[in-house]
Design a protein around this ligand. Structure first.
Ligand SMILES: Cc1cc2nc3c(=O)[nH]c(=O)nc-3n(C[C@H](O)[C@H](O)[C@H](O)COP(=O)(O)O)c2cc1C
Length: 231
């Protein structure tokens, strides 16, 4: 049996200083097919890569969260640094035009380079910061179903998600929330715990998509959406 590429949780940020030459741009290029940011504002349309069924999403699926909500207004709020989370958001919109994608962005952008970004993420996390965000044009209360898209950083939600969820906690009350975690080997990590702490009492469910160097399995997005009643 070959060793996994990354340690399973707990994962420290230092475990992800694996490729100091990696930049956001090269991470994009590695993903190779960024339908991504058509919906998120960056025109980057490439060919769709072959999907691997083995990468189908893992996670607890019970009754669909978005049951009978295929025609509901679905708000996807997505923070992405290297683009794979944006690919998922684009695919969601392609499959269901009722999806509105809103990008969560830190007011002061993260560096382009990978290592400085991990250092900045590590610093923010140690300081438990709530970084300022760029204003978003829509609010979670504008939608029937909320979906939060994010990468896993150091086993946790990136700090901009802490700001976003704290700022909008009231608007999530009484709703059901889905989140998808883009990861490079750790799965959801501790992001469920972070969600629970930030949105106390709000039912939510998470799914993990492998996204190191781009979304690996585009079909997994549709499978997950069906399972959650979003299609
Ligand atoms: C600062 C930083 C920290 C990361 N920490 C983790 C981690 O703890 N676990 C993991 O599986 N992947 C980790 N990764 C890899 C990303 O989560 C993964 O590539 C993800 O697909 C990126 O999503 P994005 O393309 O939407 O930015 C990290 C990447 C960065 C830049």
């Amino acid at each position: 049996m070959t060793a996994p590429k990354y340690a399973l949780k707990p994962v420290s940020l230092s475990a992800f200083t694996l490729n100091p030459g990696l930049t956001r741009r090269s991470a994009f290029a590695r993903g190779a097919e960024l339908l991504t940011l058509a919906a998120l504002g960056t025109a980057a349309v490439r060919s769709i890569r072959t999907v691997r069924a083995a990468d189908a999403p893992s996670g607890p699926f019970g009754a669909p969260f978005g049951a009978s909500s295929a025609k509901s207004r679905i708000g996807v709020f997505c923070f992405t640094w290297a683009g794979s989370g944006g690919e998922v958001a684009s695919e969601m919109k392609r499959l269901n035009p009722s999806v509105t994608v809103t990008r969560i962005e830190r007011a002061k952008p993260y560096p382009e380079e990978y290592t400085p970004t991990t250092e900045e993420a590590k610093r923010e996390k140690a300081a438990a910061e709530f970084p300022e965000l760029r204003p978003t044009p829509v609010s979670p209360k504008d939608f029937d179903v909320e979906v939060i898209g994010h990468p896993v950083w150091g086993g946790n939600l990136p700090r901009p998600l802490f700001t976003f969820l704290r700022e909008h906690a009231e608007e999530f009350r009484g709703r059901r929330v889905l989140h998808y975690a883009m990861h490079g080997g750790s799965g959801l990590g501790d992001t469920d715990e972070d969600m629970r702490a930030l949105l106390p009492g709000v039912p939510f469910r998470g799914v993990a998509f492998y996204g190191w160097g781009g979304l690996r399995d585009r079909d997994a997005v549709g499978i997950w959406m069906k399972q959650e009643g979003l299609l």
